[in-house]
Design a protein around this ligand. Sequence first.
Ligand SMILES: [Zn+2]
Length: 512
Amino acid sequence: MTRKLRIGYGRICQETNAFSPVTSELEDFRRLHLMEGAELEAATSRRGSEVPDMIRNAELSGFRRAVRKLGQGRIEAVPLFSAWAVPAGPLSVACFEQLRDRLLASLRAAGPLDGVFLALHGALRGVAEIPEPEELLLAAVREVVGDEIPITVSMDLHGLLTPGKVEPLTSLAAYKTNPHRDLAQTGFRAGGILVRTALGQIRPTRAWRSLPMLLGGGLTIDFLGTMRPIFRRMRRMEREDPRVLDVSLFMCHVFNDSADLGWSVHVTTDGAPELAERIADEVAEMVWAVRNEPPPAFLPAEAGIEAVRKARLARRLGTVCVTDTSDVVGAGGTGENTRLLAALLEHARDLKSYVPVRDAVAVDQLWEQPLGSQVALEVGGRLDPVLCPAVAVSGTLRAKKDTGAFGRAVTLDLGHVQLILSEQAPLPIKPRFYREMGLEPWRADLVVVKNFFHYRLYYMGVHRKTVPIQTRGITDFEMVLEQQEFNDPVHPRDPVSDWRPADARRRGLVHS
Ligand SMILES: [Zn+2]
């Protein structure tokens, strides 16, 4: 009997906001998902949960399903090391080295492998010494397993492709939904390509493009007008020609502080390199053609508050979700934005508002005080005193809770504003966030969500209208256009008529 083929699987995944003043440490991964060996095997099994209470099946569960369905009983899935953190600031050197060393140690301990599956994000960044940790990880993994073993990676569609991320791989596939609903399906699709490659059934050939263009978040929802026909076309390409294994489009996390920022396309075909090149060009042309769509308008604070005030019916039937677009925690915002709090305190006295602000120092000060205490203190200004200046507040301590994910948190009743202070970045994408702190979203005129899309799924019952408010912060698209240094002219900051020169330079086909 021939021996089983062995494919190792693991993950190092975080979306980085490189403008955040707070570095990411191993503890940030431990808080969400950090495991290896038998624990990883159990979490990715049919009955397991990759992130308990949050995400049951993600990429690695999808990969394992591909092994069961397509492996013909000839493949053994070997758990390696898996680390996942919520979006936040750049990795510290120590954090990167710990993650890398544990992944490599698990690879070496795994014994001889016939393939490696990794779930990466594609927009992981480190501090200045290690700007592209994913390039370093892939080079290190390649060195351990050698050149002959297929390596397949799944990525978030907000990843940024570079030669260092593309070239070490055998194949690559990204999510096709935004907000992301296909983590497990992507793991299955990418995993299926790897399984079939290991079995000798297919021979992946690839092409990719890097486009000098960025678009603001509101246009990139897969099921709305701008992008829907493009994703449908991509799916049809995969369906109609069996040689087309995967067509992926990367809509680029813009807070990455990369001089080669932009959208990318990656195509995997079976033994058909020219077909891959042709499809990559076709998808690149399709997205280039929509680059001039006007982005959705975000309102300054006072205009946004006025829009909430006018939404009387929405407030009576439920609540209005205010998207804090300058501090989107899902895009790496620190959660400390005090500008929106200050505006609501001053200009929204007739509206009942729920507002979260991250302030570990204030939580610590308030933690030992009895409920019902009258308190006066300054909040914010701890992580980024310039963008999030301290605000003086006074009110009544109403609730205290150790939330786990957001650390300890307290609720302060400031009159028309109910303020939640938390030790970690608050991610109030579910009404449960407020309910756990003693606040019922039904009763609010507005609740602040620090998220662009996902809250819509969870707030469906109470949410009647969204008002995006922009103050100033590290998740402002304008900030990127102002501060980011680019190697090429980039749309929409610069007029660019042809994407090809930048693409050729970025892929290393010509030298600038
Ligand atoms: Zn994403």
